[in-house]
Design a protein. Structure first.
Length: 330
């Protein structure tokens, strides 16, 4: 029988502080965590084990797709016929360029996040592949002009795009193999990775540290939102007053409830994704917090009903050589 996901009521204060630290850096040793949280090393080990077993957290490798040859990021919005929504969403889930699929309520009933290495790939999806999916009434790709904020941290508030510099070294075959393996299993030891890749553990350790230092990857914990009491996911589309776009986007990015904020070339100037603990919290945010931001002209909210896909894997086995041809050094 599958173990139930831990709820917020099952978590102690020290558990929440531990999750917060792991959201920042899941590579911290138990000794370091024990010192920060004033706990014993065995206690930290037991708590981490319990959080993983109960699926309150999972440890993942987050690579910055910009450094892996991806040049185009967009939000895909779809209106499907009522009886075809799940079938259309499942077709999108199976597409390798689609990394997030949400079924929701609002102007659109499916919202997806898509990544492409070449403009022709996005054109093929929008102009050809979507047309072959039965049940789609209309679809629109909204290119991201600027990704202002991207965070997976519900407690720590880490922005994955806080450091936007290019790496100072080319991502060669070794780096791509290492990233690909870590995307499959983030908790692998240097010795295990070295055996798979065919190099020494010391080489793996040095390269891994450099990839982290340069901002190419991060190894972090992602908390199960339900474990922390977050019940609602909402997408907010905003139109800004002329000349106020950047000001509005930065003000929205500063709000802790919003995990992702992007500037678009579309019907909306800005789109944001947020998590909320209750309908009241969402209503306060949309009805009070957002209107306080200078420069907002219109607000539209869409509610999530089901998240059908969330993938942070941008590389896959057998694809490293092709990716190496596409990734360029700065």
């Amino acid at each position: 029988m599958m173990q139930d996901v831990a709820s917020k009521h099952d978590l102690e204060h020290s558990d929440l502080k531990l999750i917060e630290e792991l959201e920042k850096d899941a590579r911290q040793t138990f000794d370091v965590l024990a010192d920060k949280l004033n706990l014993s090393r065995p206690t930290v080990g037991r708590k981490v084990g319990k959080l993983l077993k109960s699926r309150a957290i999972k440890i993942v490798t987050l690579a910055d797709p910009r450094f892996l040859g991806y040049t185009i990021s967009a939000t895909l919005v779809v209106t499907a016929q009522p009886g075809a929504i799940r079938g259309v969403a499942e077709r999108l889930v199976s597409h390798p360029n689609v990394h997030h699929v949400m079924v929701g309520m609002g102007r659109f009933n499916i919202i997806a996040w898509v990544l492409f290495r070449d403009p022709s790939d996005m054109e093929a999806l929008v102009m050809q592949e979507l047309g072959s999916i039965s049940g789609i009434i209309k679809a629109e790709a909204m290119p991201h002009l600027r990704e202002v904020k991207h965070s997976t941290a519900l407690l720590a508030g880490c922005d994955l795009y806080a450091s936007r510099r290019r790496p100072t070294f080319p991502l060669d075959h070794l780096s791509l193999r290492l990233i690909g393996e870590l995307e499959l299993e983030a908790r692998q030891s240097p010795s295990r990775l070295a055996a798979k890749i065919g190099t020494s553990p010391s080489t793996v350790s040095r390269r891994l540290q450099r990839l982290i230092d340069e901002g190419v990857i991060r190894i972090v914990a992602i908390a199960n939102p339900a474990s922390l009491g977050y019940q609602i996911v909402a997408v907010v589309g905003v139109k800004a007053q002329t000349g106020m776009l950047d000001t509005v986007a930065e003000a929205m990015a500063a709000h802790s409830k919003l995990l992702d904020v992007v500037v678009l070339a579309s019907r909306y100037d800005i789109m944001a994704w947020g998590r909320f603990r209750s309908q009241e919290e969402l209503l306060d945010f949309v009805g009070t917090d957002l209107p306080r931001i200078d420069g907002i002209r219109e607000i539209e909210t869409m509610l999530n009903m089901s998240i059908m896909k969330t993938s942070f894997r941008f590389l896959s086995t057998g694809f490293y050589s092709q990716t190496a041809d596409l990734v360029r050094s700065p």
